[in-house]
Write a protein that binds this ligand. Structure first.
Ligand code: PLP
Length: 448
């Protein structure tokens, strides 16, 4: 089981610019005027510290699990057993062959080189996908972005959105946190939450920025499934001094394993809109909606097409491209996600000026340019290959999980409380009260 800025580019285009570039850099090498006494220097040395925020950030549980398993694997092997980490959602299948073909082709094709280095960083119109060694457009390769626009329209009912390719859904989320959050604002997550979301918020603005709601079982309307506590959220949003900037949902959920019904997603979205709060939805498991809770007509997994909603997607799960680190996010062009060039405003009858509105798209490009600059072009080609294989390919693979899913749900029936199993690849069961036995069982097996 397997379980540019443009001026910077210009610096290299003429000798004069090059001189400017060199002189600016040598200025920055000049020794700063020194007013510090040696005792101050000493106290600085004594104070090598890491940030308060990173200290408040959870330890990465997947990494911890890997360490524990590595420590004990040998013992288990000697007993003829194997040990698997269930801490990370990993599929057992390989990526589509088209992904590998596109990558191989890019590495072996040299005659299609596009020497136009200064691609437009917003939409990259002059960039060729074959130049895998070059930086690419910040938002993503145009071929991939336009293929995704089509996919999003057909499969997710997202009709007019701005797309940004990221190094996985995790980077997409971090981009959102860095773009939306102030140091003193708060972000809502619902327990049980996806640990990296909480870690992203903690490392940005500390633990006090994380507001945790619970998941509640809605007996009447939603057949007892666990969904985020809407009443609690309304209370929190309504508080006079609420500094909530964003609410995060994962659908289908990790680790809840719940496929949240579309009508419930709409309720949360309306609530967030009423209070002017961003809603960030992580759809990493869009292909794993086992009960079709988000299927609307011909649309297999409908997402919220609203001006305040940011949707996040990943190629890591259904297309098994986790190691390629590729995902994307979308914002609505109807609202704050408008393109920069659409921000040209009329000053007089025939004069326009560029308005540097702090809209989401412009702002998030700053984050993108600072962190990955652009996502690996090779990974983007692998993603293009996955889109060529398409949703039908992914559906077929996901269908192979059905037998195991049903068996696990059947075997958990004796438990009084089971959450999930309807989406993603997770299910949680409340263990009987004699929890000590379970702990000692784990201790015995793993000797921790
Ligand atoms: C909810 C959720 N979001 C994001 C990720 C990470 O996705 P990616 O590999 O695209 O960064 C995972 C992986 O387990 C996940 O479960």
């Amino acid at each position: 089981m397997k379980i540019i800025p443009f001026t910077f580019v210009a610096a290299f285009l003429s000798p004069q610019f090059l001189i400017n570039f060199v002189s600016v850099n040598s200025m920055s090498l000049a020794t700063p005027s020194s007013s510090s006494s040696s005792s101050r220097e000493m106290s600085r040395v004594a104070a090598f510290q890491t940030s308060k925020q990173i200290g408040q950030t959870l330890d990465p549980c997947v990494v911890l699990m890997k360490d524990i398993i590595a420590k004990h694997a040998k013992k288990w092997e000697d007993k003829g057993d194997e040990i698997y980490s269930l801490a990370q959602g990993v599929v057992y299948w390989e990526p589509p062959k088209e992904s590998m073909e596109f990558c191989t082709q890019a590495l072996t094709t040299t005659d299609q080189r596009d020497t136009t280095v200064n691609a437009n960083p917003i939409d990259g119109t002059s960039s060729s996908s074959m130049d895998v060694h070059l930086y690419g457009p910040a938002a993503g390769l145009p071929q991939l972005v336009s293929s995704l626009e089509e996919k999003l329209r057909i499969e997710n009912n997202l009709v007019d959105v701005e797309v940004m390719i990221t190094a996985g859904a995790n980077q997409a989320y971090m981009n959102c946190v860095l773009t939306l959050m102030d140091k003193n604002s708060k972000a809502v997550v619902f327990a049980p939450y996806y640990f990296n979301h909480v870690m992203a918020i903690q490392m940005h603005s500390g633990d006090e920025s994380v507001l945790v709601g619970q998941s509640v079982s809605l007996k009447d309307e939603y057949n007892g499934i666990y969904v985020p506590d809407l009443l609690w959220l309304e209370d929190k949003l309504g508080e006079e001094e609420s500094s909530i900037r964003m609410v995060t949902l994962v659908n289908p959920g990790n680790p809840t394993g719940v496929s949240i019904p579309y009508s419930f997603m709409e309720k949360i979205s309306n609530l967030c809109h009423r209070y002017g709060v961003w809603l960030v939805v992580d759809n990493t498991y869009e292909h794993f909606d086992h009960v079709g809770n988000n299927k609307i007509g011909d649309v297999p997994f409908a997402c919220l097409d609203k001006e305040h909603v940011i949707n996040i997607f990943s190629f890591s799960k259904s297309f098994s491209l986790a190691g390629f680190r590729i995902g994307y996010l979308t914002t609505s062009r109807k609202g704050p996600g408008k393109r920069m060039y659409e921000q040209m405003i009329k000053v007089s009858s025939n004069t326009f000026k560029l308005a540097y509105n702090c809209n989401f798209t412009n702002s998030i490009l700053k984050v993108q340019d600072t962190i990955p600059i652009c996502v690996s072009r090779m990974s983007q080609l692998a993603a293009l290959g996955a889109l060529k294989a398409g949703r039908a390919w992914a559906d077929k693979k996901v269908a192979t999980l059905e037998f195991g899913r049903k068996r696990i749900l059947d075997s958990l029936k004796p438990l009084s409380n089971v959450m999930g199993g309807s989406g993603a690849m997770y299910v949680m069961g409340k263990l009987p009260e004699n929890i000590d036995d379970v702990v000692s069982l784990a201790k015995d097996k793993v000797s921790i």
